[in-house]
Design a protein around this ligand. Structure first.
Ligand SMILES: [Zn+2]
Length: 466
């Protein structure tokens, strides 16, 4: 307790959750990651198996026909090696998909042995970069891919399945693909009661990743979703519980490149079990994706300009920062590869270099799981104020949790101390983007405090003016 001087009573008027350390969360998502195969090649191929009347992606329309025939089936291991070397050297965080049975070609742990001989032969015949002459060679390449991702990327990325195959749904009894698109299957199961079948489908994919040595922390929807999102969120939370995974998890399913502010949305919370699933939408679209998929030449600077100009003044990122919106942007693995031109990767490298050059102080790189936790902790915690004491009851722990406190009382301008559960925070003079975990600062009659929020009860105590 702080000793209060007479006539120096400090009173907390209100408590507000702020952006983590008053910075804009930023996150980069890589979709459709899979060992060695080019997802868009198989996406186009599997469209042939879809029932008549199914809405198909553009690549399978008349317009896409010519383009389709030129796609290569393989993304060589050397591209992943280059990607990992870059990713390890450049500060950023995000999410990376690993498909457990990419395009129905077989379990990644079994080296895509489900891949028919004719197909392997076709790879070789087409002379795709990195194509291999025999299945045993392919197994070695797949194993090397898994090891590289497993050993390098999880420090900066959440690993998620994008359900099993990303193309056609699986029959979990036979483990064979059906004629239903996987995203349609997931949409349908989210609307059936009970959710058991959907939970099984999702937890199976999570377990398959665990068996391959990954530690999945979230979920990505393959392609479109037309079902019940809240129940989808519940099924994902239940599926993670089944595999002993994190109790706060997330889904990437939505893209909103237009709204001025794009916030996460809590899909499911169970207060008694302390379970939650949060929808973390992308707030930017993926420019030039269609061109990149077909290997058209892309200017990295033009690619990056749509997100952020080199001076940091314009672009979608600048607009989102104005509104205090998290910045979540994404690319597909095959966009990065871009039929060997690596056009997407060069574009993304340029964007991230610009962010780290001109926005380094204003933003905080976060994984979607960290954004999800920050969002749901802030949304579900309950505040009570009593004089100079604010009590927070939180279901979830959260790093870099940041609140501002309105201070009432004309005598009090700059509180001399703030404690969190009895531990003093370090006072720092107010400067933009200077707040760190374990510090507080004051501006315009408000106190801003950054600290690690524990689960349960937290007491924030403010001492009177200096
Ligand atoms: Zn995808």
């Amino acid at each position: 307790m702080f000793a209060e001087a007479a006539g120096d009573a400090t009173s907390i008027a209100d408590v507000k959750v702020e952006l983590p350390l008053l910075r804009t969360p930023i996150c980069f998502i890589v979709d459709d990651g899979a060992p060695c195969v080019n997802p868009v090649y198989y996406w186009a191929r599997d469209c042939d198996k879809m029932p008549p009347g199914t809405a198909k992606p553009w690549i399978h329309t008349e317009a896409g026909a010519g383009a389709r025939s030129n796609l290569t089936p393989c993304i060589p291991l050397s591209f992943l090696q280059e990607y990992v070397a870059w990713a390890n050297a450049v500060p950023h965080k995000g999410k990376f998909t690993v498909l457990p049975i990419p395009m129905g070609l077989g379990r990644i742990t079994e080296g895509l042995k489900g891949c028919p001989k004719t197909e392997v032969d076709a790879w070789v015949k087409q002379g795709a970069p990195g194509s291999l002459a025999q299945e045993s060679g392919l197994k070695a390449e797949v194993d090397a891919w898994i090891q590289l991702v497993r050993d390098n990327l999880p420090q900066m990325y959440d690993i998620t399945p994008e359900c099993w195959t990303h193309t056609l749904g699986l029959d979990l009894n036979s483990m064979k693909t059906t004629s239903e698109i996987e995203s349609d299957l997931l949409s349908r199961l989210s609307q059936s009661d009970p959710l058991t079948e959907l939970v099984e489908y999702i937890s199976g994919a999570l377990s398959a990743l665990k068996a391959a040595g990954f530690d999945p922390t979230g979920f990505t929807n393959p392609a479109w979703f037309k079902g019940d999102k809240k129940r989808y969120g519940q099924a994902i939370a239940e599926a993670f519980l089944k595999i002993d995974g994190p109790k706060v998890t997330f889904i990437f399913v939505d893209v909103d490149q237009k709204s001025p502010k794009v916030l996460p949305q809590t899909l499911y919370v169970d207060r008694s079990r302390k379970l939650a699933c949060v929808n973390v939408p992308a707030s930017c679209n993926e420019p030039f994706a269609a061109q990149a998929w077909l290997g058209a030449k892309i200017d990295p600077s033009a690619y990056a300009d749509t997100y952020l100009t080199a001076d940091g003044a314009r672009g979608r990122f600048a607009d989102l920062m104005e509104t205090g919106s998290p910045i979540v942007f994404f690319a597909h693995w095959n966009t990065l590869w871009a039929e060997g031109t690596q056009g997407g990767l060069r574009g993304v490298q340029e964007i991230i270099a610009r962010v780290n050059r001109v926005l380094a102080k204003q933003v905080v790189w976060m994984k979607p799981s960290e954004i999800a936790r920050w969002h749901v902790a802030g949304e579900t915690c309950r505040f009570k104020t009593d004089g100079n004491l604010a009590t927070i009851e939180s279901l979830f722990a959260c790093e870099n949790f940041t609140v501002s406190l309105g201070i009432a009382g004309s005598a009090v301008k700059e509180p001399r101390g703030v404690t969190v559960n009895g531990r003093p925070l370090r006072k720092i003079p107010y400067r933009e983007f200077a707040l760190e975990e374990g510090t507080f600062t004051c501006k315009d009659g408000r106190v801003f405090a950054g600290f690690r929020l524990p689960e349960g009860r937290t007491e924030l105590e403010v001492a009177g003016s200096e």
